[in-house]
Design a protein around this ligand. Sequence first.
Ligand code: SF4
Ligand code: SF4
Length: 452
Amino acid sequence: MMKRVLFNNIQYKIGDDFFIMNLYSFRRHRLSEVESNLLQLIDNKIEQEITLNYEEQLLLKDLENKKQILDQKTISNFDLLVNSSIKVNDQMNINNITINITYECNYNCVYCYQKKYENRKDTLSISDINNIYTLLDTHFSKYNLDFKLDHITISGGEPLLKNQIKILNHILEKFKNTTNNFSLFTNGVNIIKYRKDIDFSKFSEFQISIDGYNNIISTINNNNTSPFDSIIKGIDYINQWTPEIRIITMMSNETIESFDYLLEKLNIFSLFDHDNITFKLSTIINTTSDKSIDHDFYDYREYLALREKIKPTLKGTKYQFDSIYDLSSLSFKILRKVNDRSVNKTSKCNTAEVIPLLFGANGKIYWCTCNDLSNGIIGEFRKNITLNYLEINKYLKRNVFSIDECKKCDFKYVCSSGCPISIINSKGNVLVPNCGVFKEKFVMDNIERFIF
Ligand code: SF4
Ligand code: SF4
């Protein structure tokens, strides 16, 4: 098995071709098979302090001259530069918020990423929404910022439930001057039912789950109904305003077993004919674990086997895999177009520019949607209306230079120290590395199969 990282370059194959990408500069270079083998040999020899022959010296020199391989001094200077250019979010800017208006759902899907809410009865009230508004208004005034948000996502549980209509409409009205983009995350079953009660034209974006045809949905959602036609009619209805619609299908044994059938049905309803509708085959995740996929459903081997099984079926359709979250940055850099610049991200959250923010149905404010209920709390808005800036600072300060192990790590600019919340969920501490797939031998040995 070839060594994956050599001289700070990650080596990978596309088809029969060998490539290396520098993990600091992201410069890519194609190698011949002979050069690739030679580079492995050189690395070995240097490790064993064996003198390099002329040909080996020549290859090394050539890659150094091309700045494909960087010396230690250059790398240290590079790190210093990146470290000093980290923007401090001293204005505590916020531009996206998510409001979980309820933890209740009309389904109870086995692999829901919100299953940590256990279908609890908590829901928001009108005064909770007013409190969220007041809290943000106070925050923006404190930092002399305009109360403007890029996005407000309304999610749950399931937001389209009878008791939530009033709350949902109140959010749309109360926040109408603060953003042009309302997103709704829903299972889509009740869109038609509530089309007269909610002005769906106000949403610029929808995320809708469709895991299969009725046979599949009724098995996995623990609710023995046949909702497929209602969901499709709902999509057809909202599509009159051509918002961005993301259809998400979870990748599991059950869903891919009858995936052909789902494609056929989506085709019958011409869902693939619209440019504003995109389709994702999503990985089942568990945000309370430091694994980047939910091992209750598949380990990395099983995940890969499923992915490879369904890959031929996806060819020529509009469905795309979403990358394993930990690998997203590395995949993006490897797959980017020639000459596309790529940034050296020092923290996995977008903390330099924004604070991710989730308002929970329990009246607590969380750092991000991937919290469990007891971790990642950065404020509250029910009894007291407060943002805990000390706690927020703890997250803002977490980056690859604040964790010793990350400082020395070759993967630091593609891993960015990993997700802080999933590590706090599993280890109870935010200032520890969350290596995820980067320390999984099987994933690293098979990286091409996870990316391409
Ligand atoms: S806490 Fe994790 S999931 Fe949330 S923005 Fe940060 S890295 Fe992403
Ligand atoms: S979390 Fe682990 S893999 Fe990621 S940068 Fe830190 S040490 Fe490296």
